[in-house]
Design a protein. Structure first.
Length: 57
């Protein structure tokens, strides 16, 4: 549960960066790294939800 909260906090940070700086929030980083970090705005919250959901068997 702690990991899910931390991952969700990371997702919130990525969303905040996107809101403040647009689609290329890390001007110093190459394009592929911007794409990866920006995608974490979606993937981090999904991972947090998946890690707290009961396993389907």
């Amino acid at each position: 549960m702690i990991a899910a909260v931390l991952v969700l906090a990371g997702g919130v940070a990525h969303v905040a960066d996107l809101v403040r700086h647009g689609l290329w929030p890390y001007a110093w980083a190459p394009g592929w790294l911007n794409l990866y970090w920006s995608s974490l705005a979606i993937l981090d919250p999904l991972a947090a939800v998946a890690s707290t959901s009961p396993a389907v068997s």
